[in-house]
Design a protein around this ligand. Structure first.
Ligand code: PBG
Length: 331
């Protein structure tokens, strides 16, 4: 027989702080966070990003300092994104394959500064390197071609792994890229480099500030709907995840985050695989805007949203609030 009021009073266990602590079902710690960082050229450079208040691009020396700070805060992993100089962007994004590009220099600087104290996750996609802002190679009609793009992404991934990347995160949404990258990592002596696949990545309006941060926003013509997913689709997300697991992904990501927690939940229930979510730039900006407008307490909004990711089933969250949240959690 199921208990009912008044034998059952659910408020009983909520009545005091000790009891709430005892009955808490989900924990959020700094170890659940991945901190995305934007790299730019120069030395001792910090460039604030207008559409991401509180977030800056850092030159390589600054990135190494941020990485050390992350390790000290208990954040296990950072994610790097380059703001490639305009004159190094091209139609084919060849700068992605340069072993001395901004990304590779940043990876090496972080590894020199922190060694194995922190993981370095690197994004695989061509948008920070192309003059047109798309994630891959274009045909004459401006369509992003799949297989030729995958061939370049494989070289980009190997370039990052050679520089010391720990986790390769393909965010391009081409078909077959995870398998191709996994095979290349095996053949090039990187069997322990992980792949976190951006498996269910949606064509979202929440990426605007990110595109400002990597300097691709002004260049992008059209949209990314021929490769990123339709926000209307959930079954398709499960197929994407199944495919990426079969192709050799160690973990999968859902992106954006908060508006897609239903996808996180369904992936978690269907597959035995670590699931991550990316609380993307537009989500960060919304929280900051709400706090600035007096519509909510910033710290509380940050911690509540991050807890929601954990409750939905995430192993961890990529968030621009990582350092701030870690400081709050560390007390
Ligand atoms: C690159 C990439 C994007 C993001 C992460 N990797 C932008 C895009 O696909 O246009 C977005 C992250 C964010 O908004 O914070 N392919």
């Amino acid at each position: 027989m199921t208990a009912a009021y008044p034998n059952l009073r659910l408020r009983r266990t909520r009545a005091s702080a000790w009891s709430r602590a005892l009955h808490r079902e989900t924990v959020l710690t700094p170890a659940d966070l991945i901190w995305p960082l934007f790299v730019t050229e120069g030395t001792s450079v910090e460039e604030p990003i207008g559409s991401l208040p509180g977030v800056s691009r850092w030159s390589v020396d600054g990135i190494a300092r941020r990485a050390k700070e992350a390790a000290t805060l208990g954040i296990p992993c950072i994610a790097l994104f380059p703001n490639t100089q305009a004159d190094r962007r091209s139609d084919d994004g060849a700068e992605a394959l340069n072993p001395d590009n901004l990304m590779c220099r940043a990876i090496r600087a972080v590894k020199d500064a922190c060694g194995s104290d922190i993981g370095v996750l690197t994004d695989v996609a061509l948008d920070p390197y192309t003059s047109h802002g798309q994630d891959g190679l274009l045909d004459n009609d401006g369509y992003v071609v799949n297989d030729d793009t995958v061939a370049v992404l494989v070289d980009q991934a190997i370039n990052q792994a050679e520089a010391g990347a720990d986790v390769i995160a393909p965010s391009d949404m081409m078909d077959g890229r995870v398998r191709a990258i996994r095979m290349a990592l095996e053949m090039n002596g990187h069997p322990n480099v992980q792949i976190m696949a951006y498996a269910a990545k949606y064509a979202s309006a929440f990426y605007g500030p990110f595109r400002d941060a990597v300097g691709s926003g002004g260049l992008l013509k059209g949209d990314k709907k021929s490769y990123q997913m339709d926000p209307a689709n959930a079954e398709e997300a499960l197929r994407e995840v199944a495919l990426d697991i079969a192709e050799g992904a160690d973990s999968v990501m859902v992106k954006p985050g908060l508006p897609y927690l239903d996808i996180v939940r369904r992936v978690k229930e269907r597959f035995e695989v670590p699931v991550f979510a990316y609380q993307v730039s537009g989500e960060y900006a919304m929280i900051e805007a709400a706090a600035a407008a007096g519509a909510g307490d910033r710290d509380a909004l940050v911690l509540e949203t991050l807890m929601a990711f954990k409750r939905a089933g995430c192993s961890g969250v990529l968030t621009y609030h990582a350092a701030h949240a870690a400081r709050l959690l560390n007390g």
